[in-house]
Design a binder for this molecule. Sequence first.
Ligand code: SAH
Length: 222
Amino acid sequence: MALRTLSKKPGIGMTSARTRDRMLARLREQGIKDEATLSAIGEIPRHIFVDEALSIRAYEDVSLPIGHGQTISQPYIVARMTEILRNDKPLNKVLEIGTGCGYQTAVLSRVAREVLSVERIRPLLLKARDHLRALKCSNVKLDHADGSKGLEDYAPFDGIIVTAAASHIPQDLLSQLAEGGRMVIPIGTESQTLYLIERLNDEFKKTELEAVKFVPLLGGLS
Ligand code: SAH
């Protein structure tokens, strides 16, 4: 294969649409079925969310460092959480806890009417804002806040996605979930499990999904 120049511009060189197509084929093999999720992932250039030196690895199924001890989630987990949240239906208002570099946020912006995302590390939030602006994700609002308290002013949410692992499900997030709403959240410290929480007739149904590995959900701002 001819060597091409890497570029931060979406859709150029080794980070082209063809590379993304290969990633989509792999996600299908891994069991992702939701076409809306797959097409959102196909639209978002993942390489612009990581440092240039890592962009060659951006389409591999791995998490990668984004600075400040944090990571960008692996494509499979982004796809899986989006698919579970969507449940084959268009999403209205979604809250994401843990913006990081903004990749999952960008994917959500293609499958939800409105996305609110909170991050506790300000420099990451500022970088995410640049990435999301570059991709014209105009239905996204970012906030520098401790996400374990949710975002009371914008509640209720019909989807809540937590992209850092908590020791327990924060009560504020449960109370900000709309009737019929769905939350996906990794729980645990050493070993972690992804859970789906559904709010049905004011009761919360908890379903265990699969083993996962996330950075921890931490309190306070930085
Ligand atoms: N959604 C990201 C994943 C980023 S990693 C992606 O698309 O790849 C998880 C992020 O959660 C980190 O940036 C971390 O700083 C943030 N985080 C951890 N605890 C938090 C909290 N209490 N409130 C908000 N963000 C938090």
